[in-house]
Design a binder for this molecule. Structure first.
Ligand SMILES: *[C@@H]1O[C@H](CO)[C@@H](O)[C@H](O)[C@H]1NC(C)=O
Ligand SMILES: *[C@@H]1O[C@H](CO)[C@@H](O)[C@H](O)[C@H]1NC(C)=O
Ligand SMILES: *[C@@H]1O[C@H](CO)[C@@H](O)[C@H](O)[C@H]1NC(C)=O
Ligand SMILES: *[C@@H]1O[C@H](CO)[C@@H](O)[C@H](O)[C@H]1NC(C)=O
Length: 456
C-alpha cells in the first residue's frame, strides 16, 4: 500500500492541476487588480511561473514557433590552426506563450513587462557549430507582451568550428556557418522561423560591429534544411557568414619588404661583375631576407600552405639562384684572368655573332672589348681557336693571307692580337647578361602567376 502512495499522489496532483487549469477559464487572462497601487502582483503570474518546466502550449499537437534572429557584434578571432572562429552574437528568440495574456486597458495601460528569464520556459536553441560550453550570463530577463509574445535576448560568445581555407592568405575570404537548432525538440514540437530578413541582420551587424580589426563582414546568407538524426527530424536555420580579411597589415609587413629585397637583388646585377662586391652584396641580401622571414613568421597562419609561403620560397630561391649565378660568373672571370682554356669553335662563332653591334647582346658589347665587334666573315683566321693561339705572336701572317682591304686587315690584326683571356671575359659578360634576362623573365612570370592566383 505504501508503495502505491506516491503514484496515487502524483495522479491526484495532476488531477488537481488540470481541474485548476480548467477552472482558470479558456483565456488564462492575468488578473491585474492592484497593479496600480502595489506594482505587479507576483501571484498574478504565479500560474505562468509554475508552468515554466513545460513547453507553453495548450494543445500539445501544435508545435511552438520560435523566431530566431541575431546580430553579429564582433569577430574576435580566426584560428586557422584549430579551424575556429570566435565571434560575439546577440541572439534574439521570440515565441508565443499562450498562458500569458492580459488586457492592457485593465492593467494600467501596461503593454509589455520584463520578467526574469529564470521564471519562464525558454527554448533550447543552440548553435550546432559551437565548440564552447554555453556561457550565458545569469540573471537575464525577457520582454513579455500583453498577448503572450515573449522576446528573449542573450549575448553569446561563440567559438564555432569553421572550415577555414588559408590558401589565399592574406587576401582570403572565409565562409562560416552558424546553424541554429533546437537541442531536443523535433519538428513536431518546435518550428523555427525568422521575423527579419537576412539583409536586415547583415545591415545591423555591419552597423554594430565595433571591431575594425582584421576581419570585415561581407554578407550573411541563410538556408533552412531540416536535419534528420535517426528517425527524428529537427528544424534548423543555417546562416552563412562571409568575412574577408583586411590585408593591409600583411601587404605592408610582408609583401612590400619582400618585394623590395627581390628588386634590390635584381638591380644588383648592374654591379659590375669584375668588382668583388657583387657576391658579398647578394649574400648580405640573402641573409637579410632570412632574418626578415624569421621575424615575420609569426604573422603567417600556423598551418597549411598559403600561397604567400610559396611566394616567399620563390623570392628566396630567386635570391639563391642569383647568388649562384654570381658565383658562376666570378668563377668564369677568375678562369679567364688566370688560366684561360682554349675557346671551343661553337663558342667562338657565338661570341662573334652576338657581339655584332646590331645583334642581340648590347650589354655584352658595351661591357666587352670593342675589338671583338666584328662580323664573322671578316675573320677567317679566327675559325680555328688553336690556330688563333698559334697565330697571336705572328700578326704578319694574317696580313699576308690575302685581304685587299687594309681596314679589314687591320681589324683582323687587332682581333688576332686579342688575348684569349679577353674572349673569356667577353663570354662571361655575355653569360651574365643572358642569365640576368632569364632571371628577369622567371621573376616576372612567377610574380604574374602569383598575382593572378591571388586575384581569382
Ligand atoms: C482579481 O483578483 C481580485 C483579488 O485579488 C478579485 O477580487 C477579483 O475578482 C479578480 N478579478 C477577476 C476578473 O478574476
Ligand atoms: C490539437 O491540434 C490538433 C491539430 O491541429 C487538432 O487535430 C486537435 O483537435 C487539437 N486538439 C484539441 C483538444 O484542440
Ligand atoms: C515569426 O515570424 C513570422 C514571419 O515574420 C511571423 O508571421 C510570426 O508571427 C512570428 N512568430 C513569432 C512567434 O514571433
Ligand atoms: C557559403 O557556403 C555555402 C555552402 O557551404 C554556400 O551556399 C554559400 O553561398 C557560401 N557563401 C558565400 C558568400 O560564399
Amino acid at each position: 500500500m505504501e508503495r502505491g502512495w506516491p503514484a496515487r499522489g502524483g495522479f491526484l496532483l495532476c488531477l488537481t492541476v488540470s481541474l485548476l487549469l480548467q477552472g482558470r477559464g479558456d483565456t488564462f487572462t492575468i488578473n491585474c487588480s492592484g497593479f496600480d497601487q502595489h506594482g505587479v502582483d507576483p501571484t498574478a503570474f504565479q500560474g505562468v511561473f509554475d508552468r515554466k518546466a513545460f513547453r507553453p502550449a495548450i494543445n500539445y499537437s501544435i508545435p511552438t514557433h520560435v523566431n530566431i534572429s541575431f546580430t553579429l557584434s564582433a569577430i574576435l578571432e580566426v584560428d586557422a590552426h584549430l579551424q575556429l572562429l570566435t565571434s560575439f552574437l546577440w541572439m534574439e528568440l521570440v515565441w508565443d506563450n499562450p498562458f500569458i495574456h492580459w488586457n492592457p486597458e485593465e492593467c494600467i495601460g501596461l503593454n509589455k513587462l520584463t520578467i526574469s528569464a529564470e521564471n519562464l520556459w525558454l527554448p533550447d536553441i543552440f548553435i550546432v557549430e559551437s565548440m564552447d560550453e554555453d556561457e550565458t550570463p545569469p540573471g537575464l530577463t525577457a520582454y513579455v507582451n500583453s498577448d503572450g509574445r515573449t522576446k528573449y535576448e542573450k549575448p553569446i560568445r561563440v567559438t564555432s568550428i569553421c572550415n577555414l581555407d588559408i590558401f589565399y592568405f592574406p587576401f582570403d575570404q572565409q565562409n562560416c556557418t552558424f546553424t541554429f537548432s533546437s537541442f531536443l525538440y523535433t519538428v513536431d514540437n518546435m518550428l523555427l522561423g525568422m521575423d527579419k530578413e537576412v539583409w536586415e541582420i547583415t545591415d545591423t551587424s555591419r552597423n554594430v560591429i565595433q571591431t575594425h580589426g582584421e576581419w570585415e563582414l561581407l554578407g550573411i546568407n541563410k538556408a533552412t534544411p531540416k536535419m534528420l538524426v535517426g528517425s527524428n527530424l529537427y528544424d534548423q536555420i543555417m546562416f552563412y557568414v562571409a568575412i574577408r580579411r583586411r590585408p593591409s597589415l600583411y601587404v605592408i609587413n610582408l609583401l612590400v619588404p619582400s618585394g623590395f629585397l627581390v628588386a634590390i637583388d635584381a638591380l644588383s646585377f648592374y654591379l659590375p661583375a669584375q668588382s668583388e662586391n657583387r657576391a658579398p652584396f647578394k649574400m648580405t641580401l640573402l641573409l637579410g631576407y632570412n632574418v626578415f622571414l624569421l621575424m615575420m613568421n609569426d604573422l603567417l597562419p600556423a598551418s597549411g600552405t598559403p600561397l604567400i609561403s610559396v611566394y616567399f620560397a620563390l623570392c628566396l630561391s630567386l635570391m639563391v639562384v642569383s647568388l649562384l649565378e654570381t658565383v658562376f660568373i666570378t668563377y668564369l672571370l677568375h678562369l679567364a684572368t688566370t688560366q684561360p682554356p682554349p675557346v671551343p669553335q661553337w663558342l667562338h662563332s657565338l661570341l662573334l655573332h652576338c657581339t655584332c653591334p646590331r645583334k642581340c647582346c648590347p650589354t655584352a658589347a658595351q661591357k666587352g672589348n670593342k675589338g671583338l665587334a666584328l662580323a664573322p666573315s671578316h675573320l677567317p683566321g679566327l675559325k680555328e681557336p688553336v690556330e688563333l693561339v698559334g697565330k697571336v705572336p705572328e700578326p704578319r701572317e694574317a696580313e699576308l693571307n690575302g685581304h685587299p682591304d687594309s681596314t679589314r686587315a687591320q681589324q683582323e690584326h687587332e682581333a688576332q692580337e686579342q688575348p684569349l683571356a679577353d674572349l673569356w671575359v667577353q663570354f662571361s659578360h655575355m653569360m651574365d647578361a643572358l642569365l640576368f634576362r632569364l632571371y628577369l623573365l622567371f621573376l616576372a612570370s612567377s610574380l604574374v602567376t602569383v598575382i593572378v592566383l591571388w586575384n581569382i
